[in-house]
Structures are given as structure tokens and as C-alpha cells.
Design a protein around this ligand. Sequence first.
Ligand SMILES: [Zn+2]
Length: 297
Amino acid sequence: MTVTAYTGRFAPSPTGPLHMGSLVAAMASYLDARAHHGHWLVRIEDLDFDRNVAGADHAILQTLQRCGMHWDGDVVWQSQRQPLYEAALQQLGTLVYPCGCSRREIADSRLRLGDSASLVYPGTCRNGLATGRSPRAWRLRVPDGEAAIRHFTDRLLGPLQQDLSAEVGDFVLKRADGFWAYQLAVVVDDGAQNITHIVRGADLTDSTARQLYLQECLALPTPQYLHVPVVNNPGGEKLSKQTGAIAFDRGDNDLLPEALMPAAGFLGLSLPSGILTTEQFWQAATAAWAAQYLGKL
Ligand SMILES: [Zn+2]
């Protein structure tokens, strides 16, 4: 078996069609894989059954193809991989415990502690559920003190760190209604798919320390990370379906001027003039990405 030194991925949630924000993330991961002569996988992260939109997965895949972005291997759907997440939960053993707290109770306990800045889980159920309580979620125990600090170096943002105990607390891996948490599924899949390089939007930077800790707990290797800036709407919010992002693919429009060139511009890639085809675009954009980002490896 040939071992490829680089495997990257694009992992969209099927909550609507591809929009400029998700195209920028897709383009960045695709260019990084091409620049490394590596593999690029596509994984549909459809575990939030309340937010999935029927048909959005296939619409996203079609738009990627129209953009000239070709993935390696088969596309996988997280909804079909739940036995893997269950096995990981079992593997974590006593690091996982049931929690009976509601969101409201967690928020209230923070107020009593005089810290309303963020929703850090205060560890209420760490030593067992109170009498009469039933589990609402399963949480992963994070270390205490110095051992809770995770350091990593982002290829673009440089050295970063997070104190899992003070800034996050024991975090949810599975809800009692059966929903798997993003953090567990993404770590299990990145491990199972041998992902070596993760390139994604900076809105996920904050999840990285939790994922590093889960990789340790599951004895999985740690990939390299690069977080690219997220596209904001004029109000400064991240673009998403909820904040009014518009799908750019009408099925008949020319995606080179309407999608690819603007996305490359957002990533700060300097491209030569006179690009007329998507093939020319990807060739020039890969060279520009290599010049701009691979020096930071
Ligand atoms: Zn609890």
C-alpha cells in the first residue's frame, strides 16, 4: 500500500447550498492538498439532524464539481458512521460520565460563581448524578490544573493555547437524545481517514484544543492545523444561511468570475491576469497558495 504523506479534507454540513463562506474553506483545503500533491477527501457532517436540509448534500457536491474541485475516494456521510463514534465512546471508558444538567442550570451555576463570560461546565455531575436525575448528556472529563492546557501551532495564526478546565470544562460527546457531538465525530473521522492536515475556517480555531485532547485520549495522531479567516457579512457576522449568505450557484452561471475569483481574492491569492478557464484558475491558484502558505510550514 502506498502511503501518502498528505491527506486533507473538506467537511461541510448539509444545512444549505455552498455559499461564499464555505467555498473559501473548501478552496483553502483543496489548494493546500494540491500544493502538497496530496489527497483531498470530502466528508458530509450531517449529524445535526435538526439542521440538515434535504438535498443540500448533493447540491454541495454538484457545486464543487462545477467549480472543478475533484475529491479523492468516496464521499462519506457521518450519519452512516455512528458505530465508529459508539466504539470511541466505549474506548474512552471512565473518562466519560453522564450529566443530568440542563443548559439553564449550567448558566445559573456560572452566575453564582461570578463568571458570566462563557458557558464553562462547572463539573456538577463529575462525581455521579444527583439522586432522581437522569442523564441528559455524556461528558468527557478534562484534566485539572496545568495538565488542562493544550498548546498547538497553527500554520497561519502561530502558537495558540487553551486551558480546557478554565475555558471549556468537561464537554459533551453525546446527547441523551442520541445526537453525537461534533467534537467526537470529527476526531474519530479524521483519525479513521488518516487526515494529516486540517485546513478550515477560523471559527473552528476554538475547537482545536478539545480535539487535540480527544486525539490523545483515543491514541490518535495529531494533524497539522491551518485556520483561514472566515467571510463575514456587512454586519460582521460569519456568513451562513442564517445570516443571509446567498448561494452563488444558479446552475447556469459562470462560476469563474462569480465564485472562484472572489474566493481567491478573499484568501489573498495574487493571480495573474488573463485567466479564462477553471483549469487555468486552479493551476495559478495552486501556485499562488504554495508561494503564500507553504513557506509557513
Ligand atoms: Zn451535569
